[in-house]
Ligand binder design. Structure first.
Ligand code: ARG
Length: 466
Protein backbone atom coordinates (compact mmCIF):
# COMPACT_ATOMS: atom_id res chain seq x y z
CA UNK A 1 0.00 0.00 0.00
CA UNK A 2 1.45 3.40 -0.90
CA UNK A 3 2.04 5.86 1.90
CA UNK A 4 -0.61 8.49 2.64
CA UNK A 5 0.12 11.96 1.31
CA UNK A 6 -1.58 15.28 1.71
CA UNK A 7 -1.32 15.86 -2.07
CA UNK A 8 -3.07 14.05 -4.88
CA UNK A 9 -3.24 10.42 -3.88
CA UNK A 10 -2.60 9.33 -7.47
CA UNK A 11 0.70 11.12 -7.85
CA UNK A 12 1.47 12.96 -4.62
CA UNK A 13 4.38 10.83 -3.46
CA UNK A 14 6.90 13.63 -3.59
CA UNK A 15 4.48 16.37 -2.53
CA UNK A 16 4.44 17.70 0.99
CA UNK A 17 1.31 19.79 0.63
CA UNK A 18 -1.87 19.71 -1.41
CA UNK A 19 -2.68 22.20 -4.14
CA UNK A 20 -3.97 25.71 -3.61
CA UNK A 21 -7.68 26.01 -4.27
CA UNK A 22 -6.97 28.07 -7.38
CA UNK A 23 -4.50 25.44 -8.57
CA UNK A 24 -7.21 22.81 -8.23
CA UNK A 25 -9.63 25.08 -10.06
CA UNK A 26 -7.33 25.72 -13.03
CA UNK A 27 -6.02 22.16 -13.17
CA UNK A 28 -9.17 20.09 -12.96
CA UNK A 29 -10.78 18.88 -16.17
CA UNK A 30 -13.24 16.44 -14.61
CA UNK A 31 -16.16 18.86 -15.02
CA UNK A 32 -15.95 18.37 -18.77
CA UNK A 33 -13.80 15.32 -19.48
CA UNK A 34 -16.20 12.98 -17.65
CA UNK A 35 -17.85 12.78 -21.08
CA UNK A 36 -14.98 10.43 -21.96
CA UNK A 37 -15.76 7.86 -19.26
CA UNK A 38 -16.91 5.11 -21.64
CA UNK A 39 -13.79 5.42 -23.80
CA UNK A 40 -11.59 5.57 -20.71
CA UNK A 41 -13.06 2.37 -19.34
CA UNK A 42 -12.99 0.55 -22.68
CA UNK A 43 -9.34 1.56 -23.17
CA UNK A 44 -8.39 0.43 -19.67
CA UNK A 45 -10.06 -2.94 -20.11
CA UNK A 46 -8.20 -3.53 -23.36
CA UNK A 47 -4.96 -2.46 -21.70
CA UNK A 48 -5.47 -4.75 -18.68
CA UNK A 49 -6.30 -7.74 -20.88
CA UNK A 50 -3.19 -7.11 -22.96
CA UNK A 51 -1.01 -6.81 -19.84
CA UNK A 52 -2.33 -10.17 -18.66
CA UNK A 53 -1.82 -11.85 -22.01
CA UNK A 54 1.77 -10.61 -22.04
CA UNK A 55 2.32 -11.92 -18.53
CA UNK A 56 2.95 -8.41 -17.19
CA UNK A 57 0.10 -8.70 -14.68
CA UNK A 58 -1.71 -11.83 -13.54
CA UNK A 59 -4.97 -12.94 -15.14
CA UNK A 60 -6.65 -12.71 -11.71
CA UNK A 61 -5.64 -9.06 -11.40
CA UNK A 62 -6.81 -8.35 -14.95
CA UNK A 63 -10.16 -9.98 -14.22
CA UNK A 64 -10.60 -7.97 -11.04
CA UNK A 65 -9.66 -4.80 -12.90
CA UNK A 66 -12.12 -5.45 -15.74
CA UNK A 67 -14.95 -6.37 -13.35
CA UNK A 68 -14.25 -3.28 -11.27
CA UNK A 69 -14.26 -1.11 -14.37
CA UNK A 70 -17.63 -2.57 -15.37
CA UNK A 71 -18.98 -1.67 -11.93
CA UNK A 72 -17.70 1.88 -12.35
CA UNK A 73 -19.33 2.12 -15.75
CA UNK A 74 -22.68 1.09 -14.24
CA UNK A 75 -22.25 3.58 -11.41
CA UNK A 76 -21.56 6.43 -13.82
CA UNK A 77 -24.50 5.45 -16.00
CA UNK A 78 -26.78 5.22 -12.96
CA UNK A 79 -25.62 8.65 -11.80
CA UNK A 80 -24.34 7.31 -8.47
CA UNK A 81 -20.64 7.92 -9.16
CA UNK A 82 -19.11 10.84 -7.27
CA UNK A 83 -16.73 12.81 -9.45
CA UNK A 84 -13.99 14.58 -7.51
CA UNK A 85 -12.20 17.70 -8.62
CA UNK A 86 -9.31 16.85 -6.34
CA UNK A 87 -8.71 13.87 -8.61
CA UNK A 88 -8.37 16.22 -11.58
CA UNK A 89 -9.65 14.23 -14.50
CA UNK A 90 -11.66 11.25 -15.64
CA UNK A 91 -8.60 9.00 -15.72
CA UNK A 92 -7.75 9.47 -12.06
CA UNK A 93 -11.36 9.50 -10.93
CA UNK A 94 -11.87 6.09 -12.49
CA UNK A 95 -8.58 4.67 -11.20
CA UNK A 96 -9.17 5.96 -7.70
CA UNK A 97 -12.63 4.41 -7.55
CA UNK A 98 -11.17 1.18 -8.90
CA UNK A 99 -8.79 1.12 -5.95
CA UNK A 100 -11.72 1.57 -3.56
CA UNK A 101 -13.53 -1.30 -5.24
CA UNK A 102 -10.75 -3.88 -5.77
CA UNK A 103 -7.83 -2.69 -3.70
CA UNK A 104 -4.18 -3.06 -4.66
CA UNK A 105 -4.76 -4.79 -8.02
CA UNK A 106 -6.02 -1.40 -9.28
CA UNK A 107 -2.50 -0.03 -8.97
CA UNK A 108 -1.29 -2.50 -11.62
CA UNK A 109 -3.57 -1.08 -14.35
CA UNK A 110 -1.33 1.90 -15.01
CA UNK A 111 1.70 -0.30 -15.79
CA UNK A 112 3.23 0.61 -19.16
CA UNK A 113 0.80 3.47 -19.57
CA UNK A 114 0.62 7.19 -18.86
CA UNK A 115 -2.23 9.64 -18.78
CA UNK A 116 -0.63 11.09 -21.90
CA UNK A 117 -1.37 8.10 -24.10
CA UNK A 118 -4.54 7.43 -22.13
CA UNK A 119 -6.07 10.84 -22.88
CA UNK A 120 -4.85 10.67 -26.47
CA UNK A 121 -6.67 7.35 -26.78
CA UNK A 122 -9.90 8.38 -25.03
CA UNK A 123 -10.26 11.61 -26.91
CA UNK A 124 -9.38 10.05 -30.24
CA UNK A 125 -12.00 7.33 -29.76
CA UNK A 126 -14.58 9.95 -28.85
CA UNK A 127 -13.79 12.09 -31.88
CA UNK A 128 -13.72 8.98 -34.08
CA UNK A 129 -17.28 8.13 -33.03
CA UNK A 130 -18.31 11.71 -33.77
CA UNK A 131 -16.99 11.49 -37.32
CA UNK A 132 -19.20 8.40 -37.70
CA UNK A 133 -22.19 10.19 -36.21
CA UNK A 134 -21.63 13.19 -38.46
CA UNK A 135 -21.54 10.93 -41.52
CA UNK A 136 -24.90 9.41 -40.55
CA UNK A 137 -26.45 12.83 -39.98
CA UNK A 138 -25.06 14.28 -43.20
CA UNK A 139 -26.55 11.33 -45.11
CA UNK A 140 -29.99 12.01 -43.63
CA UNK A 141 -29.82 15.59 -44.90
CA UNK A 142 -28.62 14.45 -48.32
CA UNK A 143 -31.59 12.09 -48.52
CA UNK A 144 -34.02 14.87 -47.57
CA UNK A 145 -32.52 17.07 -50.28
CA UNK A 146 -32.75 14.33 -52.89
CA UNK A 147 -36.42 13.87 -52.07
CA UNK A 148 -37.02 17.60 -52.55
CA UNK A 149 -34.94 17.64 -55.72
CA UNK A 150 -37.03 14.83 -57.17
CA UNK A 151 -40.28 16.66 -56.40
CA UNK A 152 -38.91 19.85 -57.90
CA UNK A 153 -36.79 18.77 -60.84
CA UNK A 154 -38.92 21.09 -63.03
CA UNK A 155 -39.73 23.82 -60.53
CA UNK A 156 -38.46 27.11 -61.91
CA UNK A 157 -36.68 29.63 -59.77
CA UNK A 158 -34.27 32.48 -60.35
CA UNK A 159 -30.62 31.61 -60.06
CA UNK A 160 -28.67 34.43 -58.45
CA UNK A 161 -25.24 35.97 -58.60
CA UNK A 162 -24.60 38.92 -56.27
CA UNK A 163 -28.12 38.09 -54.99
CA UNK A 164 -29.35 39.66 -58.25
CA UNK A 165 -31.44 37.58 -60.60
CA UNK A 166 -29.03 36.00 -63.07
CA UNK A 167 -30.51 33.10 -65.03
CA UNK A 168 -33.45 30.80 -64.44
CA UNK A 169 -32.65 27.46 -62.81
CA UNK A 170 -34.71 24.72 -61.20
CA UNK A 171 -35.19 24.30 -57.50
CA UNK A 172 -34.17 20.68 -57.93
CA UNK A 173 -30.82 21.85 -59.29
CA UNK A 174 -30.40 24.18 -56.34
CA UNK A 175 -31.05 21.31 -53.91
CA UNK A 176 -28.49 19.20 -55.75
CA UNK A 177 -25.89 21.94 -55.27
CA UNK A 178 -26.17 21.29 -51.53
CA UNK A 179 -26.07 17.53 -52.12
CA UNK A 180 -22.66 18.05 -53.74
CA UNK A 181 -21.41 20.15 -50.81
CA UNK A 182 -22.70 17.69 -48.23
CA UNK A 183 -21.26 14.74 -50.08
CA UNK A 184 -17.86 16.44 -49.85
CA UNK A 185 -18.50 17.01 -46.14
CA UNK A 186 -19.30 13.33 -45.79
CA UNK A 187 -16.10 12.32 -47.52
CA UNK A 188 -14.06 14.76 -45.41
CA UNK A 189 -15.43 13.11 -42.25
CA UNK A 190 -14.70 9.69 -43.73
CA UNK A 191 -11.12 10.66 -44.65
CA UNK A 192 -10.53 12.15 -41.21
CA UNK A 193 -11.85 8.92 -39.67
CA UNK A 194 -9.45 6.86 -41.76
CA UNK A 195 -6.46 9.01 -40.82
CA UNK A 196 -7.26 9.11 -37.09
CA UNK A 197 -7.93 5.39 -36.90
CA UNK A 198 -4.54 4.54 -35.35
CA UNK A 199 -4.25 3.53 -31.73
CA UNK A 200 -2.20 5.76 -29.38
CA UNK A 201 -2.22 3.31 -26.47
CA UNK A 202 1.24 2.05 -25.50
CA UNK A 203 3.07 5.26 -26.39
CA UNK A 204 3.13 5.77 -22.61
CA UNK A 205 4.35 9.15 -21.33
CA UNK A 206 6.23 10.04 -24.53
CA UNK A 207 8.99 7.53 -25.23
CA UNK A 208 7.21 4.19 -25.28
CA UNK A 209 7.85 1.58 -22.59
CA UNK A 210 10.31 -1.12 -21.66
CA UNK A 211 7.53 -3.57 -20.85
CA UNK A 212 6.85 -6.20 -23.47
CA UNK A 213 3.44 -4.86 -24.46
CA UNK A 214 1.46 -5.87 -27.56
CA UNK A 215 0.23 -2.67 -29.15
CA UNK A 216 -1.38 -4.54 -32.03
CA UNK A 217 -3.56 -6.44 -29.60
CA UNK A 218 -4.95 -3.29 -27.96
CA UNK A 219 -5.28 -1.60 -31.33
CA UNK A 220 -7.39 -4.50 -32.65
CA UNK A 221 -9.46 -4.72 -29.48
CA UNK A 222 -10.34 -1.03 -29.73
CA UNK A 223 -11.25 -1.18 -33.41
CA UNK A 224 -8.24 0.69 -34.78
CA UNK A 225 -6.55 -0.09 -38.10
CA UNK A 226 -3.10 -0.24 -36.50
CA UNK A 227 -1.10 1.32 -33.66
CA UNK A 228 0.43 4.77 -34.17
CA UNK A 229 4.07 4.70 -35.26
CA UNK A 230 5.84 7.35 -33.20
CA UNK A 231 5.38 7.76 -29.49
CA UNK A 232 6.44 11.42 -29.42
CA UNK A 233 4.01 12.36 -32.16
CA UNK A 234 1.24 10.30 -30.60
CA UNK A 235 1.10 12.04 -27.23
CA UNK A 236 1.39 15.50 -28.77
CA UNK A 237 -0.89 15.01 -31.77
CA UNK A 238 -4.34 16.59 -31.84
CA UNK A 239 -4.67 16.64 -35.64
CA UNK A 240 -7.63 14.27 -35.36
CA UNK A 241 -9.56 16.87 -33.39
CA UNK A 242 -8.47 19.66 -35.72
CA UNK A 243 -9.55 17.65 -38.73
CA UNK A 244 -12.93 16.93 -37.20
CA UNK A 245 -13.36 20.61 -36.39
CA UNK A 246 -12.27 21.63 -39.89
CA UNK A 247 -14.70 19.23 -41.52
CA UNK A 248 -17.42 20.36 -39.09
CA UNK A 249 -16.71 24.02 -39.83
CA UNK A 250 -16.84 23.53 -43.58
CA UNK A 251 -20.06 21.52 -43.27
CA UNK A 252 -21.45 24.16 -40.92
CA UNK A 253 -20.55 26.84 -43.42
CA UNK A 254 -22.62 25.02 -46.03
CA UNK A 255 -25.53 24.72 -43.62
CA UNK A 256 -25.31 28.41 -42.77
CA UNK A 257 -25.49 29.35 -46.45
CA UNK A 258 -28.64 27.30 -46.96
CA UNK A 259 -30.03 28.68 -43.70
CA UNK A 260 -29.44 32.20 -44.97
CA UNK A 261 -31.27 31.38 -48.20
CA UNK A 262 -34.21 30.02 -46.22
CA UNK A 263 -34.29 33.23 -44.18
CA UNK A 264 -34.38 35.31 -47.37
CA UNK A 265 -36.78 33.06 -49.24
CA UNK A 266 -39.30 32.93 -46.42
CA UNK A 267 -39.70 36.72 -46.23
CA UNK A 268 -43.05 38.02 -47.54
CA UNK A 269 -41.01 39.98 -50.13
CA UNK A 270 -39.60 36.76 -51.65
CA UNK A 271 -42.27 34.29 -50.59
CA UNK A 272 -40.42 31.39 -52.27
CA UNK A 273 -40.88 29.01 -49.34
CA UNK A 274 -43.17 28.69 -46.34
CA UNK A 275 -41.72 27.06 -43.27
CA UNK A 276 -43.91 24.63 -41.38
CA UNK A 277 -45.24 25.62 -37.96
CA UNK A 278 -42.92 22.98 -36.56
CA UNK A 279 -39.85 24.93 -37.65
CA UNK A 280 -40.84 28.54 -37.11
CA UNK A 281 -41.85 30.77 -34.23
CA UNK A 282 -44.29 33.61 -33.66
CA UNK A 283 -43.76 37.07 -32.25
CA UNK A 284 -45.06 37.99 -28.83
CA UNK A 285 -46.18 41.41 -30.08
CA UNK A 286 -46.82 41.10 -33.83
CA UNK A 287 -49.51 38.46 -34.38
CA UNK A 288 -48.90 38.26 -38.15
CA UNK A 289 -45.27 37.17 -37.81
CA UNK A 290 -43.84 33.77 -38.56
CA UNK A 291 -40.13 33.83 -37.98
CA UNK A 292 -37.50 31.45 -39.38
CA UNK A 293 -35.73 31.09 -36.02
CA UNK A 294 -34.40 27.61 -36.70
CA UNK A 295 -32.71 28.81 -39.89
CA UNK A 296 -31.35 31.87 -38.13
CA UNK A 297 -30.00 29.72 -35.31
CA UNK A 298 -28.28 27.35 -37.72
CA UNK A 299 -26.74 30.40 -39.39
CA UNK A 300 -25.65 31.75 -36.01
CA UNK A 301 -24.58 28.58 -34.24
CA UNK A 302 -21.99 27.75 -36.88
CA UNK A 303 -20.02 30.66 -35.44
CA UNK A 304 -19.34 28.47 -32.40
CA UNK A 305 -18.07 25.61 -34.52
CA UNK A 306 -15.70 27.92 -36.41
CA UNK A 307 -14.68 29.43 -33.07
CA UNK A 308 -13.78 25.99 -31.70
CA UNK A 309 -11.58 25.31 -34.71
CA UNK A 310 -9.72 28.59 -34.36
CA UNK A 311 -9.53 28.06 -30.59
CA UNK A 312 -7.83 24.68 -30.87
CA UNK A 313 -5.51 25.79 -33.69
CA UNK A 314 -4.43 28.59 -31.39
CA UNK A 315 -3.89 26.26 -28.43
CA UNK A 316 -1.75 23.90 -30.50
CA UNK A 317 0.20 26.55 -32.37
CA UNK A 318 3.83 26.73 -31.22
CA UNK A 319 3.60 23.94 -28.62
CA UNK A 320 6.94 22.13 -28.35
CA UNK A 321 6.84 18.34 -28.35
CA UNK A 322 5.47 16.48 -26.56
CA UNK A 323 2.54 16.80 -24.15
CA UNK A 324 1.92 20.14 -22.44
CA UNK A 325 -1.00 20.85 -20.17
CA UNK A 326 -2.23 23.43 -22.69
CA UNK A 327 -3.55 20.40 -24.52
CA UNK A 328 -6.16 19.81 -21.85
CA UNK A 329 -7.88 22.80 -23.48
CA UNK A 330 -8.54 20.63 -26.55
CA UNK A 331 -11.81 19.14 -25.37
CA UNK A 332 -14.60 21.59 -24.60
CA UNK A 333 -14.61 23.23 -28.02
CA UNK A 334 -14.73 19.85 -29.72
CA UNK A 335 -17.57 18.63 -27.48
CA UNK A 336 -19.52 21.80 -28.18
CA UNK A 337 -18.83 21.72 -31.92
CA UNK A 338 -19.94 18.09 -32.20
CA UNK A 339 -23.20 18.79 -30.37
CA UNK A 340 -23.82 21.95 -32.39
CA UNK A 341 -23.17 20.24 -35.71
CA UNK A 342 -25.50 17.39 -34.83
CA UNK A 343 -28.27 19.80 -33.84
CA UNK A 344 -27.83 21.99 -36.91
CA UNK A 345 -27.85 19.02 -39.29
CA UNK A 346 -31.04 17.72 -37.66
CA UNK A 347 -32.68 21.15 -37.79
CA UNK A 348 -31.84 21.58 -41.49
CA UNK A 349 -33.13 18.10 -42.28
CA UNK A 350 -36.40 18.84 -40.49
CA UNK A 351 -36.82 22.29 -42.00
CA UNK A 352 -36.14 21.16 -45.55
CA UNK A 353 -38.40 18.12 -45.35
CA UNK A 354 -41.27 20.18 -43.94
CA UNK A 355 -41.04 23.37 -45.98
CA UNK A 356 -43.52 24.20 -48.72
CA UNK A 357 -42.18 25.45 -52.04
CA UNK A 358 -44.29 28.25 -53.51
CA UNK A 359 -43.87 27.36 -57.16
CA UNK A 360 -45.82 30.33 -58.53
CA UNK A 361 -43.78 32.92 -56.67
CA UNK A 362 -40.55 31.21 -57.70
CA UNK A 363 -41.60 31.03 -61.33
CA UNK A 364 -42.70 34.66 -61.44
CA UNK A 365 -39.38 35.74 -59.97
CA UNK A 366 -37.52 33.41 -62.36
CA UNK A 367 -38.83 35.42 -65.30
CA UNK A 368 -38.18 38.86 -63.86
CA UNK A 369 -35.01 40.89 -64.03
CA UNK A 370 -34.35 39.98 -67.70
CA UNK A 371 -33.18 36.55 -66.62
CA UNK A 372 -33.31 35.19 -70.17
CA UNK A 373 -31.03 37.89 -71.60
CA UNK A 374 -28.19 35.37 -71.94
CA UNK A 375 -30.51 33.13 -73.94
CA UNK A 376 -31.12 36.01 -76.33
CA UNK A 377 -27.37 36.55 -76.69
CA UNK A 378 -26.78 32.81 -77.20
CA UNK A 379 -29.51 32.77 -79.89
CA UNK A 380 -27.72 35.58 -81.76
CA UNK A 381 -24.49 33.58 -81.65
CA UNK A 382 -26.13 30.33 -82.70
CA UNK A 383 -28.70 31.50 -85.27
CA UNK A 384 -27.23 34.76 -86.60
CA UNK A 385 -23.52 33.90 -86.33
CA UNK A 386 -22.61 36.93 -84.20
CA UNK A 387 -19.47 36.79 -82.05
CA UNK A 388 -20.56 36.46 -78.40
CA UNK A 389 -19.22 39.90 -77.42
CA UNK A 390 -21.32 41.57 -80.17
CA UNK A 391 -24.34 39.48 -79.18
CA UNK A 392 -23.83 40.64 -75.59
CA UNK A 393 -23.89 44.26 -76.77
CA UNK A 394 -27.02 43.81 -78.90
CA UNK A 395 -28.77 42.09 -76.01
CA UNK A 396 -27.82 44.92 -73.67
CA UNK A 397 -29.53 47.33 -76.07
CA UNK A 398 -32.65 45.16 -76.06
CA UNK A 399 -32.70 45.04 -72.24
CA UNK A 400 -32.34 48.84 -72.07
CA UNK A 401 -35.24 49.27 -74.49
CA UNK A 402 -37.46 46.83 -72.57
CA UNK A 403 -36.56 48.52 -69.31
CA UNK A 404 -37.39 51.97 -70.68
CA UNK A 405 -40.83 50.67 -71.66
CA UNK A 406 -41.26 48.67 -68.40
CA UNK A 407 -41.61 45.46 -70.42
CA UNK A 408 -40.18 41.97 -70.25
CA UNK A 409 -37.92 40.95 -73.17
CA UNK A 410 -40.63 38.67 -74.58
CA UNK A 411 -43.01 41.65 -74.67
CA UNK A 412 -40.88 43.56 -77.21
CA UNK A 413 -42.34 43.35 -80.74
CA UNK A 414 -40.47 41.72 -83.62
CA UNK A 415 -40.13 45.18 -85.20
CA UNK A 416 -38.47 46.46 -82.06
CA UNK A 417 -36.06 43.50 -82.07
CA UNK A 418 -35.32 44.03 -85.78
CA UNK A 419 -34.69 47.70 -85.05
CA UNK A 420 -31.91 46.59 -82.72
CA UNK A 421 -30.51 43.91 -85.04
CA UNK A 422 -32.03 42.97 -88.34
CA UNK A 423 -30.98 39.33 -88.16
CA UNK A 424 -33.47 38.66 -85.38
CA UNK A 425 -36.44 36.53 -86.48
CA UNK A 426 -39.60 35.27 -84.84
CA UNK A 427 -37.67 32.24 -83.54
CA UNK A 428 -36.26 34.46 -80.81
CA UNK A 429 -39.52 34.15 -78.85
CA UNK A 430 -38.84 30.42 -78.38
CA UNK A 431 -35.83 31.06 -76.19
CA UNK A 432 -37.13 33.95 -74.14
CA UNK A 433 -39.38 31.91 -71.83
CA UNK A 434 -37.92 30.63 -68.58
CA UNK A 435 -39.01 27.09 -69.42
CA UNK A 436 -37.08 27.17 -72.70
CA UNK A 437 -34.09 28.74 -71.02
CA UNK A 438 -33.89 26.07 -68.36
CA UNK A 439 -34.59 23.19 -70.78
CA UNK A 440 -31.77 24.37 -73.03
CA UNK A 441 -29.09 24.13 -70.33
CA UNK A 442 -28.21 20.53 -71.06
CA UNK A 443 -24.45 20.81 -70.70
CA UNK A 444 -23.11 18.32 -68.15
CA UNK A 445 -23.87 19.70 -64.70
CA UNK A 446 -26.38 22.21 -66.10
CA UNK A 447 -29.86 22.94 -64.79
CA UNK A 448 -32.04 21.30 -67.48
CA UNK A 449 -34.70 19.15 -65.75
CA UNK A 450 -33.43 16.15 -67.69
CA UNK A 451 -29.96 16.64 -66.22
CA UNK A 452 -31.39 17.15 -62.75
CA UNK A 453 -33.22 13.83 -62.98
CA UNK A 454 -30.05 12.10 -64.16
CA UNK A 455 -28.07 13.61 -61.30
CA UNK A 456 -30.68 12.46 -58.78
CA UNK A 457 -30.33 8.92 -60.13
CA UNK A 458 -26.56 9.21 -59.97
CA UNK A 459 -26.67 10.21 -56.30
CA UNK A 460 -29.26 7.59 -55.39
CA UNK A 461 -26.92 4.96 -56.83
CA UNK A 462 -23.84 6.39 -55.17
CA UNK A 463 -25.56 6.44 -51.80
CA UNK A 464 -26.16 2.69 -52.08
CA UNK A 465 -22.43 2.01 -51.69
CA UNK A 466 -21.17 5.06 -49.91
N1 ARG B 1 -6.42 15.73 -18.02
C1 ARG B 1 -5.28 15.68 -18.87
C2 ARG B 1 -5.64 16.19 -20.26
O1 ARG B 1 -6.77 16.22 -20.55
C3 ARG B 1 -4.78 14.28 -18.99
C4 ARG B 1 -3.35 14.17 -19.33
C5 ARG B 1 -2.53 14.63 -18.20
N2 ARG B 1 -1.15 14.42 -18.41
C6 ARG B 1 -0.19 15.03 -17.69
N3 ARG B 1 1.02 14.79 -18.02
N4 ARG B 1 -0.48 15.85 -16.70
O2 ARG B 1 -4.79 16.58 -21.04
Amino acid sequence: MSKETTGNKMWGGRFASGPDAIMEEINASIDFDQVLYAQDIEGSKAHASMLAQQGIISSEDAKQICDGLDTISSEIEAGTFTFSRALEDIHMNVESRLRELIGDAAGRLHTARSRNDQVALDFRMWVRSQTEQAQTNILKLIEALLTKAEEHADTLMPGFTHLQTAQPVTFGHHCLAYVEMLARDYSRMKDAHERMNECPLGSAALAGTGFDIDRHMTSDALGFREPTHNSLDTVSDRDFALEFLSAASICGTHLSRFAEEIVIWSTPQFGFVSLSDKFSTGSSIMPQKKNPDAAELVRGKIGRVNGSLVGLLTVMKGLPLTYSKDMQEDKEGVFDAAETLELCLAAMTGMISDMTINKDAMKLAAGSGYSTATDLADWLVREAGLPFRDAHHVTGTAVALAESESKELAELSLEQFKGIHDSITYGIYDVLTVEASVASRTSFGGTAPLNVRNQIKYWQNRLKNI
